[in-house]
Design a protein around this ligand. Structure first.
Ligand SMILES: *[C@@H]1O[C@H](CO)[C@@H](O)[C@H](O)[C@H]1NC(C)=O
Ligand SMILES: *[C@@H]1O[C@H](CO)[C@@H](O)[C@H](O)[C@H]1NC(C)=O
Ligand SMILES: *[C@@H]1O[C@H](CO)[C@@H](O)[C@H](O)[C@H]1NC(C)=O
Ligand SMILES: *[C@@H]1O[C@H](CO)[C@@H](O)[C@H](O)[C@H]1NC(C)=O
Ligand SMILES: *[C@@H]1O[C@H](CO)[C@@H](O)[C@H](O)[C@H]1NC(C)=O
Length: 235
């Protein structure tokens, strides 16, 4: 149950691609189609910052070709609205030769990432994710817990000073590799339950942007948002 190096490097590559000058994402406030994000983004208007984001995400059933992949993640920033900064945590998934494979992973800053190999994840597991980054402090923190086996991992970050704290997201991301691109895996439905955001304002559907992934002119996802959950369906 290992990711191949292509998938690991693709996770890194997509973080790099979010950096200035190499932007591939066409995200903007009222755009609903995106090259690699599907889900919900909450934008904080006016003063204040998001201090934490959390959710329980269910590791999805996967189908499709070997090498296809994706990641379900939550986070603060990571859009072009805050160039350079982000703190994200999620579950990467792909179809390896031996079958579906899952790995908890995080991103921070503008091009760094890490993996929690000590949290075993299989399809159907409920994975509690929490990202905390008081922007007026300098410490950031992520925590992942598999509620099936209680395996937990945490990581602290010394400096979150590059964060803006103005957007929070619950998304499925298509992993971008320059060449070749890993296809988005058929993930059925990814459910983000118990969606919470704090520090700025309460999560509410009326202030969300909904994004769906479009690729070669074809819309690949459908998103629905309820009071405390975000569902991303692969079409
Ligand atoms: C990423 O951050 C480092 C450190 O602040 C900076 O030197 C580098 O230019 C940044 N890269 C991009 C692409 O913004
Ligand atoms: C985006 O939507 C907001 C809220 O509906 C609106 O105020 C703003 O003018 C829109 N911006 C653009 C560029 O359409
Ligand atoms: C934001 O903060 C500034 C400076 O404290 C203040 O002047 C402004 O009125 C605030 N805006 C809102 C929308 O609260
Ligand atoms: C996980 O923790 C809960 C609460 O402490 C406990 O009830 C449960 O038995 C634990 N499950 C496993 C698999 O360790
Ligand atoms: C993190 O911050 C602590 C306390 O300021 C400092 O001692 C430590 O060297 C820092 N670590 C890194 C990796 O910057």
């Amino acid at each position: 149950m290992r990711f191949n190096s292509v998938i690991i490097s693709s996770f890194f590559a997509s973080a790099v691609l979010a950096a200035p000058g190499r932007e591939r994402r066409s995200w903007s406030a009222n755009t609903t189609l995106d090259s690699n994000w599907a889900g919900s983004i909450t934008t904080l208007e006016g003063n204040g910052t998001f201090g934490y984001v959390s959710s329980t995400v269910y590791a999805p059933d996967l189908s499709g070709q070997v090498g296809s992949s994706g990641v379900a993640l939550i986070g603060i920033d990571g859009t072009p609205a805050c160039l350079g900064g982000m703190l994200q945590l999620g579950v990467m998934f792909n179809i390896a030769v031996e079958g579906p494979s899952y790995l908890a992973a995080y991103r921070y800053g503008n091009e760094s990432e890490g993996f929690f190999t000590n949290v075993d994840i299989i399809a159907g597991d409920a994975i509690k994710l929490m990202v905390s980054a008081p922007v007026d402090a300098t410490l950031g923190f992520v925590m992942v817990k598999n509620l099936r086996n209680n395996q937990t991992a945490t990581q602290q970050f010394n400096s979150t000073e590059r964060l803006c704290g103005k957007t929070a997201e619950w998304i499925v991301e298509s992993l971008v590799i320059e060449d070749p691109k890993s296809p988005l895996v058929n993930f059925g439905t990814v459910t983000f339950a118990d969606v919470q955001v704090g520090g700025g304002k309460d999560f509410g559907p009326q202030t969300d942007s909904i994004l769906n992934i479009i690729e070669n002119g074809k819309v690949l996802t459908s998103v629905s948002v309820e009071d405390d959950s975000v569902l991303v369906k692969y079409l």
